[in-house]
Design a protein around this ligand. Structure first.
Ligand SMILES: Cc1cc2nc3c(=O)[nH]c(=O)nc-3n(C[C@H](O)[C@H](O)[C@H](O)COP(=O)(O)OP(=O)(O)OC[C@H]3O[C@@H](n4cnc5c(N)ncnc54)[C@H](O)[C@@H]3O)c2cc1C
Length: 454
């Protein structure tokens, strides 16, 4: 009899597990309460990057004279057309994911799922309640924006990230609370649309967990664009009236604007999942702790994606889903490589774009580990000059004894695409010489990778 695999939550983690497990022969049921594709398609990765692309097109139009074009009036934003574009992209992605799941005979149920016991899952649908027996269960219910008790988003002037695609009106002056990846992407997005932006930065650097040199490059760009940085300040309250908002900070400063946007992290969707009924442990933060096979403390119940408390990235959730499918089908003994979260590439879609992978210079320094660091600025790249954008650099970290690539950071145009070369090198244990010896296309930005690997 086929393995009965029930998945609760149809975002990147759930979808990936479903397709892979079905391909490997499992009988898969995927329960999704909202839309297949998950928050990743509806609220997070996709609409944010689509809005950033629109902002990028506007910035490009503003810089058109750099390309030898006449400086005509730049285009104005059409929010209705933008909204339609976001819906269109989400619709296309949804259809292609559903087609893929259907092609693998995954049963999809639109409803709210929860555990009733270790091997029973209950689904509440519009038509009633269905009970499913499962040999293995995956919980991949994702997360939602964190809303502090001092703030009530109204979707008009005080927004969560989910209320910003696009907001009812483009803010004249947006105060962004939170300077992690999400916060800085929204700063970039709205300043490209022409909004004035103030950013509340709780530490002394934006992107507090990133390489200081990388964060400094972004801060320089923000300051050049007139973004006001409130460093070392924590928001503790928001006054919201018909004329605008004022964000109160713990150091006594106040940031006034027309709108405020909250970007202070996420909380996992673990309530109402029946975890106690199945004996599944949950952490104080609400995540389901997992081992290196993504198993919870109950061996046949897995957790993945944002619920698992590992790196909150779609790419990581999808890879966890693939590994879980292999484990559920008993394939982990053969040729199975554990997921190494330290080797996950990540990117920040600002201008300049930022991407990194593997060991960071500051971490190597903190560990007292000897490394070789080589860095090349894009100012020396022919393609960067052709693009009229010579900002940024490529930095590669390698083992001085063996030449093995340990990590790297890229700041500059297309950094999120270019990092894949360093990511491949880090995952496959390639050496700097392997990158140097690659015969690359000229003129391209990727030539800077080979130069940095010299
Ligand atoms: C603004 C923003 C931008 C981001 N951009 C990127 C990016 O560019 N790249 C990247 O890699 N990551 C990005 N992320 C992170 C990424 O969106 C998440 O890591 C990813 O969505 C997590 O995937 P998931 O499968 O765990 O959950 P989700 O995508 O959240 O999907 C979970 C699904 O479970 C469903 N669900 C919940 N409870 C139940 C239930 N009881 N029954 C049935 N269904 C249920 C939900 O409806 C949802 O559809 C971004 C995040 C934010 C906030």
């Amino acid at each position: 009899m086929a393995v009965r695999f029930v998945i609760v939550g149809g975002g990147p983690a759930g979808n990936s597990a479903a397709t892979h497990a079905a391909r490997l022969g499992a009988e898969v049921t995927l329960i999704e309460r909202d839309v297949i594709g998950g928050a990743a398609h509806l609220w997070d990765c996709i609409p944010s990057k689509a809005m950033i692309a629109t902002g990028g097109a506007m910035s490009f139009a503003r810089r058109s004279e750099l390309f030898g074009l006449q400086d005509e009036t730049p285009p104005a934003l059409d929010t209705a057309a933008l909204k339609a574009r976001l819906a269109d992209i989400e619709g296309h992605l949804h259809d292609s994911v559903v087609q893929l799941l259907e092609s693998q005979s995954v049963r999809m149920i639109n409803g709210v799922g929860r555990l009733k016991g270790p091997h029973e899952v209950v689904v509440e649908t519009q038509d009633g309640i269905e009970e499913l027996e499962a040999d293995a269960v995956l919980l991949s219910t994702g997360s939602r924006p964190r809303i502090p008790d001092w703030c009530e988003p109204d979707g008009q002037r005080v927004l969560t990230t989910r209320q910003a695609y696009p907001p009812p009106e483009i803010p004249e002056h947006l105060v962004v609370i939170g300077s992690g990846v999400t916060g800085v992407e929204f700063v970039h997005m709205f300043s490209s649309f022409g909004s004035k932006v103030t950013l509340i930065v709780s530490r002394q650097q934006v992107l507090p967990t990133k390489d200081p040199e990388v964060a400094a490059a972004l801060e320089d760009d923000f300051l050049r664009r007139g973004v006001v940085l409130f460093k070392g300040a924590r928001a503790v309250g928001i006054q919201n009236d018909d004329d605008g908002i004022v964000v109160d900070c713990d150091d006594g400063r106040c940031a006034s604007g027309s709108h405020a946007l909250l970007a202070i992290g996420a909380v996992p969707n673990s309530e109402g999942l029946g975890l106690e009924a199945a004996g599944v442990e949950v952490s104080e933060s609400g995540h389901v702790p997992i081992n290196h096979h993504c198993q919870s403390n109950v061996g046949h119940i897995y957790a993945a994606g944002d619920l698992s408390g590992k790196l909150p990235l779609s790419s990581v959730g999808a890879m966890q889903g693939r590994k879980i499918a292999e484990h559920v089908m008993g394939l982990h003994t053969r040729d199975h490589r554990h997921l190494d979260y330290d080797k996950a590439a990540s990117a920040i879609f600002t201008e300049p774009e930022i991407a990194d992978v593997g060991l960071a210079e500051a971490d190597a320094f903190a560990m007292g580990r000897k490394i070789r660091v080589t860095k090349v600025p894009f100012a020396a790249s022919a393609k960067a000059l052709i693009n009229s954008d010579p900002r940024g650099f490529v930095k590669i970290l390698s083992d001085p004894a063996t030449g093995v690539v340990l990590g790297g950071s890229i700041v500059g145009r297309h950094a999120a695409e270019l990092i894949s070369v360093i990511a491949l090198a880090v995952t496959a244990g390639l050496k700097v010489g392997d990158i140097v010896d690659s015969l690359l296309v000229h003129p391209t930005l990727s030539e800077a990778l080979a130069d940095a690997a010299e």
